[in-house]
Design a protein around this ligand. Structure first.
Ligand code: NAD
Length: 244
């Protein structure tokens, strides 16, 4: 699909992988609706950078775990942009803990943001994509959802759920010209991973390519999946080889 001139929603685009993805799609000519949860100044900075690349962009405050807020945000975006052809479900959180001590609210919140958030956004944008007779949905999963990870039962379950969601939506919408794929990053340098110690860390030394990835590496994979007309239901790992 030609990306230039399309309208894209990127959730959690105020920083990290979401911001890099918004800028990558903007650099390819897509107009960008930036969904952010709290940091208005950071979201405004993403918007400014997108506009600097010559496209239209606007920020919308929205907690993706809320059915009502996502519905309102998508309605606003439709009013402002007219249509939506690209959705990147990137917003995500961690609340790590060992299973025996994991609080119920920490399990629920991670599932609500990471999995139900993607569901909410897909549900609200699918009708718009059906109207455009074309759509590209890319969900950000994780290698943690493929391999599991000690201390991340809630996060791994949410990201494995995103993989199931991706494949079902891919099958359901394929005949309508809408693809749905996921990107599964490994360790990427963002705020989410800033507390991982760099020195003598067995996690990092287990990466075959020998170093963490950058947000732009994930953004490249998202742009590739958005541009493809014949890939759907795929889970593309961007992990330096961890989960091969
Ligand atoms: P980050 O913490 O820098 O960014 C997460 C973004 O999601 C932020 O902009 C945050 O405001 C937004 N967000 C959080 N809760 C939200 C909510 N309820 N509603 C709307 N927005 C919300 O992290 P990141 O590393 O850029 O992560 C982006 C995505 O990539 C996440 O889904 C994460 O799980 C996934 N991921 C990251 C890594 C990594 O190593 N960094 C690895 C695998 C997967």
């Amino acid at each position: 699909m030609q990306i230039s001139g399309r309208n894209a929603i990127v959730t959690g685009a105020s920083r990290g992988i979401g911001r890099a993805t918004a800028l990558r799609l903007a650099s390819l000519g897509a107009n960008i609706a930036v969904i952010y949860s709290g940091n208005e100044a950071a979201a405004a900075e993403t918007v400014e950078k997108c506009i600097g690349l010559g496209v239209k962009a606007k920020a919308y405050r929205c907690d993706v775990s809320s059915a009502e807020e996502t519905k309102n945000a998508v309605q606003e975006i439709r009013k402002d942009f007219g249509s939506v052809e690209i959705l990147v479900n990137n917003a995500g959180i961690t609340k790590d803990g060992l299973i025996a001590f994991m609080k119920e609210e920490d399990f629920d919140r991670v599932i609500d943001v990471n999995l139900k958030g993607a569901f909410n956004m897909i549900r609200n944008t699918a009708a718009l994509m059906l109207r455009s007779k074309c759509g590209r949905i890319v969900n950000i999963s994780s290698v943690s959802g493929i391999m599991g990870n000690a201390g991340q039962a809630n996060y791994s379950a949410s990201k494995a759920g995103v993989i199931g969601l991706t494949k079902s939506v891919a099958r359901e919408l394929a005949s309508k010209g809408i693809t749905c794929n996921a990107v599964a990053p490994g360790f990427i340098e963002t705020d989410m991973t800033r507390d991982i110690p760099a020195e003598d860390n067995p996690l990092l030394s287990s990466i075959p390519l020998g170093h963490m990835g950058k947000a732009e590496d994930v953004a490249d994979a998202v742009a590739f999946l958005v541009s493809s007309d014949y890939i759907t239901g795929e889970i593309l790992k961007v992990d330096g080889g961890i989960a091969m």
